[in-house]
Design a protein around this ligand. Sequence first.
Ligand SMILES: Cc1cc2nc3c(=O)[nH]c(=O)nc-3n(C[C@H](O)[C@H](O)[C@H](O)COP(=O)(O)O)c2cc1C
Length: 196
Amino acid sequence: MWKGRHNGPIHDRFSTAIGSAKPRQVREKHEQFHCRVVSAPDASVYVVGVAHGETRNAFTAAWVMQVSFDPLLLALSINPQHSSYGLLKQSGAFSVNVLKKSQTELAAHFGQPARADKLAATEWTPGRAGSPLLRDALAWFECEVVGEHPAGDHILVLGKVIGGRLLDSEAEPMTYRETGAMDGASALFPEGFGDA
Ligand SMILES: Cc1cc2nc3c(=O)[nH]c(=O)nc-3n(C[C@H](O)[C@H](O)[C@H](O)COP(=O)(O)O)c2cc1C
């Protein structure tokens, strides 16, 4: 559902645009619900990098969280229709780049489907499994895939953290709330969602 960077929802986070037929008031109510409630917890925003051989890609993600201390595990919820998923499956690895507050251009850029090389205009280095590590990130982690679990229209990927680096100790992480309606998520709430 790509509509251009500043013209509303920009991507195909979910496979269908079932929300696009909703009446305007319902759409507005769901957008408000999304911005004020669903994105209220201070979830951060990340660029997840993947690579297999010479092919690399990266996409914006908010559904990333720590789920274990020992071993240190992160869970990533990924739409299997993303082109990044094939690379993640083939390599068994991914990187998680933590975005800084106000890096919304980067979040929007990597939130687009990969029609061209999304990494071309960004400085990055390959991690030990080749996954892109962004030079301008607040921090990054390198992960090895240790498990997968289906989660509705997404897949929960468990990644064991095998490396990490803090690049900017002064910066604040970007919050999901800052991205507003960038991912078009509110368009996918069912009709009665948010009613008393
Ligand atoms: C703020 C924001 C958060 C997102 N969070 C996720 C996420 O957690 N999981 C996911 O699969 N896609 C997420 N997306 C959607 C992907 O970034 C987007 O669909 C992208 O086009 C996929 O790229 P690819 O097809 O090049 O792999 C998010 C997008 C934005 C803008």
